[in-house]
Every structure is written in structure tokens, then in C-alpha cells.
Design a protein around this ligand. Structure first.
Ligand code: 13P
Ligand code: SF4
Length: 338
């Protein structure tokens, strides 16, 4: 018997929550998910940080920009989002008439959580005349308080689209913001947020690893802290990191981002070696606990029963869409994304 729990959305909209149903262990979940996709005209979008099984059954695997672009253009009736809440919410903002499903509604994001809307509103009021550029890893409430959204793939282009003398607030990631200040020569005011996964890497252990593997290139996501980014051979979004490993002549890479990306790296370059950058303790902290809440079982259940679903207040949806549209327009003009 299906047990359906009520849950409260991040925007205080009640919604139907996670299904707690014993699964027949003989079910071939890969086949079942494929069947449900066809029967329901559903598209399965997955982020690179999802577990390998989910990536293997997805229709599209990508970074935050690619996923938003796919969500914008899909003709499917249902978008199943194997990622975290802000990603599925972005898909819903772009698709008010489609059903958007997220296998586990508790799949949040430490960066999004680091910027509560009331505090951010007060921060914004302290900086009048500033334009707000927000990283897509934020809630719809923060998006609604922003002028343009960016991802790690397009942030430089988005910043460059703003006149040089225009003061800017960048939120919520202080590490990405500091990296972008260096790259663009701007002096953006930074909100003090960070990603729990990308802040956990041990510089000391990575330095030792580089000594043991002098041939390996160190590649890092810009959500990492400055001392790590300084010693990286390449810094980029997940898609940019993946492309780099495909195109660069090196045969081994130390990868400073969430471990899920290693699946696609290994798949597309089977002869190359990928070493996950070590965290500063012995836990698996470079696995994102939010991303990894989604499992193949939950994915199947959410497609079968069409819940949990992302539901949004319409006024908030409209207000948060404006800065996303701006990002998509600038990205299209610059030929960015996939
Ligand atoms: P990208 O995939 O856009 O690089 O973002 C990484 C990330 O942390 C998503 O939560
Ligand atoms: Fe958020 Fe970091 Fe997890 Fe990405 S990896 S979803 S930024 S907590």
C-alpha cells in the first residue's frame, strides 16, 4: 500500500511528499523507468553529481546551465529532475504548465540554504544602487530579489554584460564570487555562503597527491576555496571539467569536485585515470549528501506515482523567472551551453 506523506515546500507551499513503498526486488528498474518515460511522455534530466545508475538511465546529463536550457526547450509533459531542489524549481519556473518531479524533496543545497531571503533582502538594502547577480544555486525567493542569474559556466559572460562602473552584489557563493572578482577585475560585494562539498578538500593531502602523481593535472570547480584554485591547472563548471579531461593530452587528473562527475569522465576516456581529490578527513564528504539522496528506487517510485512534485506560488514563479530569462538570453547570445 502506498503511503503518501505531506511535506512543506521551501516556499511554504504544501506538497505531496516522498513515497514509502516496498519494492518488488525482481523489478528491472532500468526497464521500468524507460517504460514510464515513454508511457508518460516524461524527460529525465540528471546532474553529473547523481549516482552512476541514474546518469545511465537519464535522457540528458549536464551542468546547471545545460539542465536549465533543456528544461526550457523540452516538449515532454513531465520533467523528472534527478538533481537538487533549486534545479527542479528552476525547471518549474520555466514550465508552469508541466509537472516537475524530484525523487526526494529533501535534496537541498548548502549554498541555497546559506542565503535566507529575509537576511538577503536586508543585505541588499544596505547596498543601494547595486545590481544583484545570483548563482543559480539559490531559492526562488533569492532569484526574485536578483537581477540576473548565472551558473559557473556563464558567470564571466554575465558579469561582462554589466557596465564596468555598475556596482554588483554577488550571491550566495563567496568562493565563486572571489574567483570571479579575480577573473573579471570587478570588486563585487559578496554574500558569505559556501558549498559544504567544495570547501571540504584538503590542500595538504592534494599537495601530497600531486607529489605522488606529478603527471596528473589538478582540475577544480570554482566553488572550491582560493588556495586550491590557485594551484589548479584548470578551473571550470562540471561540463567544462569533463570537456577538459576529454580534450587535454594528460592521462591522469586529480578531480576537485563532487565524485559523481567521475562516472562520465571515466566513461568518455576509459584509458585515463581519475583520482578524486581527498577531503580533509576520512569521510566521503566530497559526495554531496543532497545529490545522493536520490536513488534509482526513489526515481522509479516518483515516476510511477508522479510525486513528489514541485509546486510554486505563481507570483513568486513570475518574479523569479525574470532573472533566469535574462541569463538564458545572455547565454544564447554568447553561444554558451549545450
Ligand atoms: P555546475 O554543474 O553548474 O558546475 O554546478 C555544480 C554544482 O555544485 C551544482 O550543485
Ligand atoms: Fe549544493 Fe554543493 Fe551539493 Fe552542489 S554540491 S548541490 S552546491 S551542496
Amino acid at each position: 500500500m502506498a503511503v503518501i506523506n505531506m511535506d512543506v515546500a521551501r516556499n511554504n507551499v504544501p506538497r505531496v511528499g516522498f513515497l514509502d513503498i516496498p519494492l518488488d526486488p525482481s523489478l528491472d528498474l532500468f526497464k521500468e523507468i524507460e517504460r514510464l518515460k515513454k508511457e508518460k511522455n516524461a524527460i529525465l534530466l540528471a546532474h553529473y553529481y547523481q549516482e552512476p545508475d541514474i546518469q545511465d538511465v537519464a535522457d540528458y546529463i549536464g551542468d546547471s546551465l545545460g539542465l536549465a536550457q533543456q528544461a526550457e526547450k523540452t516538449k515532454a509533459d513531465i520533467i523528472v529532475f534527478a538533481g537538487v531542489h533549486f534545479m527542479a524549481e528552476t525547471a518549474k519556473i520555466l514550465n508552469p504548465t508541466k509537472k516537475v518531479l524530484l525523487p526526494d524533496l529533501n535534496a537541498g543545497c548548502s549554498l541555497a540554504d546559506s542565503a535566507p531571503a529575509d537576511l538577503f533582502k536586508a543585505f541588499k538594502e544596505q547596498h543601494p544602487n547595486h545590481l544583484v547577480i545570483s548563482y543559480i544555486n539559490c531559492t526562488a525567493d533569492i532569484k526574485a530579489l536578483s537581477d540576473i542569474i548565472c551558473t559557473s559556466s556563464n558567470a564571466e559572460k554575465i558579469i561582462e554584460s554589466v557596465p564596468a562602473d555598475q556596482p554588483i552584489i554577488f550571491a550566495p557563493d563567496k568562493n565563486l564570487g572571489a574567483y570571479l572578482n579575480k577573473k573579471t577585475g570587478r570588486n563585487m560585494v559578496l554574500w558569505n555562503g559556501a558549498c559544504m562539498v567544495h570547501e571540504i578538500f584538503s590542500l595538504e593531502k592534494i599537495t601530497k597527491l600531486k607529489v605522488r602523481h606529478p603527471e596528473a593535472k589538478l582540475i577544480a570547480h570554482p566553488e572550491c576555496e582560493d588556495p586550491l584554485l590557485r594551484i589548479a591547472d584548470f578551473v571550470g563548471s562540471t561540463t567544462q571539467l569533463l570537456k577538459y579531461t576529454q580534450q587535454d593530452s594528460a592521462n591522469s587528473f586529480i578531480v576537485a569536485t563532487e565524485t559523481g562527475i567521475l562516472h562520465q569522465m571515466q566513461k568518455s576516456s576509459p584509458h585515463k585515470t581519475f583520482i578524486p581529490a581527498p577531503p580533509d578527513n576520512s569521510c566521503a564528504c566530497n559526495d554531496c549528501p543532497h545529490m545522493k539522496l536520490n536513488t534509482l528506487e526513489k526515481l522509479y517510485l516518483c515516476m510511477e506515482y508522479e510525486t513528489p512534485e514541485i509546486l510554486m506560488d505563481e507570483a513568486l514563479r513570475v518574479a523569479s523567472k525574470r532573472p533566469i530569462d535574462r541569463m538564458l538570453e545572455i547565454s544564447k547570445a554568447a553561444g554558451l551551453g549545450g
